[in-house]
Write a protein that binds this ligand. Structure first.
Ligand code: TXA
Ligand code: MG
Length: 314
């Protein structure tokens, strides 16, 4: 079992000593280590069982810190950071040499993000280095949105879980980079495409790439529960799977079944996002063989939710 608590000084001391600490953010819990220390970064890949071709996001206390780690920062990136930082937006920028190649898997760009959580912001401000932090789950599995989720899967592998309660957004950050000076979304997440476009105009999204994924979140199967998940119209799926032992993941509808989770009975996408990963974990623990799920309305945060559901189903 990992010790868990709200002691920021303890988290700081462990990180200074090169250890890993699970940290709360507004999106999901991160598995954090000193981004400038090869031994710490190596530990992150090991504990997560993550292939080294999959780069890590580097967390900074504010936009002022970005200049230390990135160069050639486009105006749009500045504007986006101004509006959405601290918050669930990762900017992929040209990296400076101080960021180890291991962090970026050899790419010449680095993903930078300033998270929005009071404890983690305080921690970041108190440290002399930025924090590399992937989601604190084994590679490919559902991201953790509560400290218990981290304990469940990585509890025996890390020193400390900084307990910041349940994550307020519940899906990972949106990842945006630039190619030939054009902004491009690599992962849909907590800041919606609509919000980004309202600020900088039309952006394209390339969230799937099987041959050369820029982001593991682009892999077709990711964010997946262990049980098979089928996505579609629930009424039809229930008929089709009537002889199977299934559980239901609905957006709002109550089917009055024992093995069922409703994402938001009020039909709120923000509430559905908050509940999504907990719901998948709950269903994974139910005495069922298969999870039947339905997409949510494909607007705003709904796009990120549907993206995770699709990947969970493949
Ligand atoms: O909300 C979040 O972003 C959370 C919290 C902890 O901050 N972190 C997170 O990290 O989701 P992770 O490692 O689970 O997902 C980060 C994604 C990976 O799929 C990685 O491939 C992509 O970011 N990424 C990192 N650096 C990149 C780069 N230079 N270019 C393209 N993609 C990058
Ligand atoms: Mg992840």
């Amino acid at each position: 079992m990992a010790e868990s608590g709200t002691d920021i000084d303890k988290a700081k001391a462990l990180l200074l000593a090169g250890e890993l600490v699970a940290i709360p953010t507004e999106t999901v819990y991160g598995l954090a280590g000193n981004a400038l220390n090869l031994a710490s970064v190596t530990k992150i890949f090991e504990v997560k069982g993550r292939p080294q071709f999959d780069p890590l996001i580097v967390h900074v206390p504010d936009f002022a810190a970005v200049g230390q780690y990135a160069t050639n920062i486009p105006e749009e990136a500045k504007l986006l950071a101004q509006h959405f930082w601290p918050g669930p937006l990762t900017l992929v920028l040209s990296k400076k040499n101080i960021i180890p190649d291991l962090v970026t898997s050899g790419l010449d760009s680095v993903g930078l993000r300033c998270p929005h959580h009071p404890m983690t912001n305080k921690l970041l401000r108190s440290l002399p280095f930025p924090l590399a932090a992937p989601s604190a789950n084994p590679f490919g599995y559902v991201s953790p949105t509560r400290p218990e989720h981290v304990e469940d899967q990585l509890g025996n592998k890390i020193a400390y879980i900084l307990d910041g309660g349940a994550c307020s957004i519940g899906v990972e950050s949106t990842i945006l980079g630039f190619e030939n000076s054009k902004p491009i979304i690599y992962r849909l997440g907590g800041i919606t495409q609509e919000q980004i476009e309202a600020l900088i105009g039309k952006v394209s999204a390339r969230t799937y790439s099987s041959s050369n994924p820029k982001s593991a979140g682009q892999l077709q199967s990711h964010y997946a529960p262990r049980k098979k998940l089928v996505l579609g119209n629930l009424h039809e799926l229930m008929k089709k799977h009537s002889s199977d032992s299934y559980g239901i993941l609905s957006f709002t509808e109550n089917f009055h079944l024992r093995n069922q989770v409703i994402l938001s009975s009020q039909g709120e996408l923000s509430e559905a996002a908050q509940n999504l990963f907990s719901a998948l974990r709950q269903l994974d623990k139910m005495p069922i063989d298969i999870i039947l799920a339905e997409p949510v309305p494909d607007v705003g945060l709904g796009k990120a939710i549907n993206d995770r559901l699709r990947r969970a189903s493949s």
